[in-house]
Design a protein. Structure first.
Length: 320
C-alpha cells in the first residue's frame, strides 16, 4: 500500500484595500504635483501587489476672497509669497523667495517630464471644486486605472472606455497648469465638463454653474476640513482614516508607506478594508527633512489675509 500523500495548501493573503482621502485645491501647484506623484506610486504598487485603492477628493479653498480671472498664475504666486509678511518687514531674502518659487516648482515638475505655464489667468477656485464634486459623483463607480498615467492627456472627444475621476482630474490639472486655461472661468469649466459628458451642451453647463448646485456642499466640505479634520495645508492626505500625510511626497516614499501600512495591519491581525472600524488615535507619516526643499516646502497653506505659501518643511501644521 502506498503511503498517503500530504498536500500543503497555501492561502494567499486577502487583498488589502487603501482608502485615501485627499484634501486639495485646484489652483495649488503642489496639489497638482502631489496628484502626479501619488497616482504614479499607486500604479507602480498595484502592479506588484494585490492591493486596491479608492481615492476621495475633498475641496479646500486656499484663497476664498480671490476674484475669478484675477491675475496670471505666476504673478499670483509671486505676489502671495512677497506679501506673506508686511512690506515694512520684508527682506531681500523674502523678495528672492517670492521670485524663485516658480523656478522651484519648475524643478519639481521636471521630475514628471512636464512644465508649468505661468501665464494663464487664475482666481477663485470654488466653481472648479463644484465641478470636481459633480465628476466624483458621476465617476465614483470606476476605480483608479492600473496603467501608468500619461503626463500630457489630450482633451477627450469620445471615450472608448468609461471615463474615470482620475482621467478627469488629470485633464483638469493639465488644462490649468500646463495649457494655461483659466479654471476660475465658468465657460472654461463648462467646456471641460462637456468634454467629459457631465453636461449635454455648453449652455446647460453654464446654466448649471449659474444654478449654484453643489456650492453649499463645497462650503461644508471646506469647513469640515478645517474644523473636523484640522487641515491647514494642501495637499493633505488621510490613509484609511488613520495615517495623516502632509505635503507632496515622492513616489518611492508613498510605496514605502503602503508597505508599512499593510505590514502593521497584518501584525495587528487586521487584513482588508478597515473602513468604519474607527481606529482611535492617528499616526503621522511625514517626510523627514526634505533635502533641498526647505526654502519652499511641498505644500500650500492659508496665511493671514488670504493667499497661499509653501510650508517650510513640507509638513501639515496645526492639526487638532
Amino acid at each position: 500500500m502506498s503511503s498517503p500523500t500530504t498536500t500543503t495548501t497555501t492561502t494567499s493573503p486577502e487583498p488589502f484595500h487603501f482608502q485615501i482621502d485627499i484634501y486639495t485645491d485646484t489652483v495649488c501647484p503642489f496639489s497638482h504635483l502631489g496628484h502626479l506623484s501619488l497616482t504614479r506610486a499607486i500604479s507602480s504598487f498595484s502592479s506588484s501587489t494585490s492591493a486596491t485603492f479608492s481615492l476621495t477628493y475633498h475641496p479646500y479653498i486656499l484663497y476664498p476672497t480671490a476674484r475669478p480671472s484675477s491675475r496670471p498664475l505666476g504673478e499670483a504666486l509671486k505676489h502671495i509669497y512677497s506679501s506673506h509678511s508686511s512690506p515694512s518687514h520684508q527682506t531681500q531674502t523674502q523678495t528672492q523667495t517670492s521670485s524663485s518659487i516658480l523656478t522651484h516648482l519648475d524643478n519639481l515638475a521636471s521630475v514628471y517630464n512636464t512644465k508649468f505655464n505661468w501665464d494663464g489667468l487664475t482666481g477663485n477656485s470654488r466653481d472648479s471644486h463644484r465641478l470636481v464634486l459633480l465628476a466624483q459623483e458621476r465617476f465614483q463607480h470606476h476605480p483608479h486605472p492600473q496603467s501608468h498615467p500619461h503626463p500630457h492627456p489630450q482633451p477627450p472627444t469620445t471615450h472608448p472606455h468609461p471615463p474615470t475621476l482620475h482621467h478627469f482630474l488629470t485633464h483638469l490639472h493639465h488644462s490649468t497648469f500646463h495649457l494655461g486655461h483659466d479654471i476660475s472661468n465658468r465657460h472654461t469649466l463648462a467646456s471641460i465638463g462637456l468634454s467629459f459628458h457631465l453636461f449635454p451642451t455648453l449652455q446647460e453647463g453654464l446654466a448649471w454653474f449659474e444654478s449654484g448646485q453643489l456650492g453649499a456642499e463645497v462650503d461644508e466640505e471646506c469647513e469640515r476640513a478645517k474644523k473636523k479634520v484640522g487641515v491647514r495645508a494642501v495637499p493633505s492626505y488621510v490613509v484609511n482614516g488613520r495615517w495623516v500625510v502632509g505635503g507632496m511626497q515622492e513616489g518611492g516614499w508613498w510605496e514605502g508607506l503602503f508597505g508599512r501600512v499593510i505590514a502593521q495591519h497584518r501584525q495587528e491581525g487586521i487584513v482588508g478594508d478597515e473602513e468604519g472600524e474607527g481606529e482611535e488615535g492617528e499616526e503621522r507619516e511625514e517626510q523627514d527633512g526634505v533635502e533641498g526643499e526647505q526654502q519652499h516646502g511641498r505644500n500650500c497653506r492659508v496665511v493671514v489675509g488670504g493667499g497661499v505659501v509653501a510650508d517650510d518643511d513640507g509638513r501639515e501644521r496645526g492639526r487638532t
